[in-house]
Design a binder for this molecule. Structure first.
Ligand code: FPP
Length: 257
């Protein structure tokens, strides 16, 4: 069981033109980008320096995910619980989407990336919201990788709002199905993640996409998010590719008792 979470270290990088036909590429990769504060602390820097560095990682991981053929990349950028952090850090985090998009939106557009966001965006400061909305608007016709930012997102809050919507629509209990619940989640149009990566060495989900992760392959990396690079993503994809997904069924050819 524990082996499932073992790290896939020491493999060589997937060269740019490696034949990836034999490797199964996850359609939707979701990432809990953890370890920014510890990355900074290790260098004697303020925590926010780690968040600043994190933006460079977002840039290179987006590019590499696109190159590998990932279709959706969801990044946990701010949780409903992150408001509990000191105000100065929250203020800093809230400025990051604007800074990130100021620096990289042009490149994302050139890469045909489509920006999306999920979470309770109504609580975001106006400058954050308008930067995000502007990026969504300017990339909505793009047909490449979907870069989905989870902003002020929490899975419990998402489930509560889904239940409220369902009750408001006055469905009777008999009508409730798994599909109906899924359809009332924040991003019903996105497929469930195939691979969840959490950096920073912690092994937990931290209220992230609990409904959608039911059959997702989990991959935990010791690396701090600012250190995560193309090779790290390739390692995670390789580990994913070596897993056998059964979705509660049996492996092929093992039907006989
Ligand atoms: C976790 O590290 C990271 C966060 C709470 C924030 C992540 C946000 C970004 C990477 C920037 C988002 C930017 C855009 C473009 C939307 P931590 O601070 O909990 O690290 P620690 O566990 O080492 O303290």
């Amino acid at each position: 069981m524990f082996e499932k979470f073992s790290l896939n270290k020491g493999k060589t990088a997937m060269p740019k033109h490696e034949d990836t036909k034999s490797i199964s590429i996850p359609n939707h990769v979701a990432i809990i980008m953890d370890g920014n504060g510890r990355w900074a602390k290790k260098r004697g820097l303020p925590r926010v320096a780690g968040h600043r560095e994190a933006m460079k990682t977002i840039k290179r991981v987006t590019k590499e995910a696109d190159r590998l053929g990932v279709k959706v990349l969801t990044l946990y950028a701010f949780s409903t619980e992150n408001w509990k952090r000191p105000k100065a850090e929250v203020d800093f985090l809230m400025k990051l989407p604007q800074q990130f998009l100021n620096s990289y939106l042009k490149e994302l557009i050139e890469q045909n990336v489509q920006v999306k966001a999920m979470g309770d965006l109504s609580r975001l400061p106006t400058y954050t919201l308008s930067a995000v909305n502007d990026a969504i608007e300017k990339t909505k016709a793009n047909s490449g990788l979907i870069l989905n930012f989870a902003l002020n997102y929490g899975s419990h809050a998402e489930i509560v709002q889904a239940v409220k919507k369902i009750i408001r629509e006055a469905h009777s209990p008999e009508d409730i199905s798994e599909k109906m619940i899924a359809d009332h989640m924040i991003s019903p149009a996105l497929p469930d993640p195939d691979l969840l990566i959490r950096t920073g060495g912690e092994i937990r989900l931290s209220n992230f996409m609990l409904w959608q992760l039911a059959y997702t392959e989990l991959y935990f990396s010791e690396e701090y998010w600012p250190d995560f690079n193309e090779q790290s993503l390739q390692d995670a994809v390789r580990a994913f590719s070596s897993r056998q997904r059964r979705f509660g069924g049996l492996a092929e050819g093992s039907e006989n008792p």
